[in-house]
Ligand binder design. Structure first.
Ligand code: AMP
Ligand code: TRP
Length: 333
């Protein structure tokens, strides 16, 4: 275990997970679990940077944990935990807020995008300093690699900058992590607007497939998926809708885009879409059964998040203790 490289990643419990979260992130996390020492966190503290109903947050937190396990993460192999259970995340975050510049946070595109859509008196300091909490999540575990989507790259660059700044100011304290962003095809796009990413916060529910969607809903959403008037299944940028569907097909079946294109030569979009719907249904159906089962067994979920937090806490405390000492805080014991 000791010589394995460390992986850290997390998802916000801000709603049900989508097929994009699953194919773009979760499925990769599962593939990494044997080779790396993995920490996968439900980042509930990040979720309150925008208004959130307490009962929804509680429900979504357990749901995301159940999604992690149902998608194939093995609690015996990886450390699964809830961010707020390990106080070191909040503690390190305060210290690192004092080593992150106002200008740096102001340049974060996710902050700019999110805050632009909000009333100015609704934008909290938490939303602004959200990236520092993410930096702390990662640095506490001396993480080597962070598997995330392309949209998180800027936050990882900030993580590296803050780690290096702290190490230079004091002495080697944090491992400087590398992003681990998979190449083309990893980003699943909206079924209604294939130029924007599939997201659970999209107002149009036909644009996304949720992991918990029933077969009928999946068939209906696929039928309505936006394509083009070419009528030929081809993998190129001038047909972004079809390209996205091929990516989904390929990610689930492991067939290459070329194989898929030749399989559908001379066939229209209707058959192509029907087949994809069935492929998605087959992939999600055992996962859905497992999610249902897990959510009925809250005691089991509780055992997992408690033992995960205990494991995570030990590692996190060690880093935090070093940090406190270096900045000049007097140790209590
Ligand atoms: P979020 O749901 O935005 O908190 O994202 C959680 C993780 O899923 C991050 O690593 C994202 O990059 C990834 N992700 C979210 N939406 C998609 C998508 N449509 N395609 C691929 N990856 C995604
Ligand atoms: N900000 C990430 C997202 O929206 C979630 C996240 C929080 C995260 N802390 C992290 C991802 C640490 C990787 C590592 O997707």
């Amino acid at each position: 275990m000791e010589d394995k490289k460390v992986i850290f990643s997390g998802m916000q419990p801000s709603g049900s997970l989508t097929l994009g979260n699953y194919l773009g992130a979760l499925k990769n996390w599962v593939n990494l679990q044997n080779e790396y020492d993995c920490y996968y966190c439900v980042v509930n503290m990040h979720a309150i940077t925008v208004p959130k109903e307490p009962k929804d947050l509680r429900k979504n937190t357990l749901e995301v944990l159940a999604n992690y396990i149902a998608a194939g993460l093995d609690p015996e192999l990886v450390t699964l935990f809830i961010q707020s259970h390990v106080a070191a995340h909040a503690e390190l975050s305060w210290v690192l807020n004092c080593f992150t510049y106002y200008g740096e946070l102001g340049r974060m595109t996710q902050f700019k995008d999110k805050s632009k859509k909000m009333e100015s008196n609704a934008i909290t300091a938490g939303l602004f300093t959200y990236p520092t909490l993410m930096v702390s999540d990662i640095l506490l575990y001396q993480t080597d690699l962070v598997p995330v989507g392309e949209d998180q790259r800027q936050h990882l660059e900030l993580t590296r900058d803050v780690a290096q700044r702290f190490n230079n100011r004091f002495s080697e304290t944090f491992k400087v992590p590398e992003p681990f962003i998979s190449k083309d095809g990893a980003k699943i796009m909206s079924l209604q607007d294939p130029t924007s990413k599939m997201s659970k916060s999209d107002a149009n529910e036909n644009s996304y497939i949720l992991l918990m969607d029933k077969p009928d809903a999946i068939r209906r959403k696929l039928k309505r998926a936006v394509t083009d008037s070419e009528g030929v299944v081809r993998y190129n940028d001038t047909q972004p809708g079809v390209k996205n569907l091929i990516n989904i097909y390929s990610k689930i079946t492991n067939k290459s885009s070329q194989e898929i294109v030749s399989e559908y030569e001379g066939k229209g979009y209707a058959k192509f879409k029907d087949d994809i719907a069935e492929i998605i249904i087959n992939e999600l159906s055992p996962i859905q059964d497992k999610i249902d089962y897990l959510l009925k067994n809250k005691d089991y979920l509780e055992k997992i998040y408690i033992s995960g937090a205990e494991k995570a806490e030990k590692v996190a405390r060690k880093t935090l203790r070093k940090v406190y000492k270096k900045v000049g805080f007097i140790p209590r014991f």
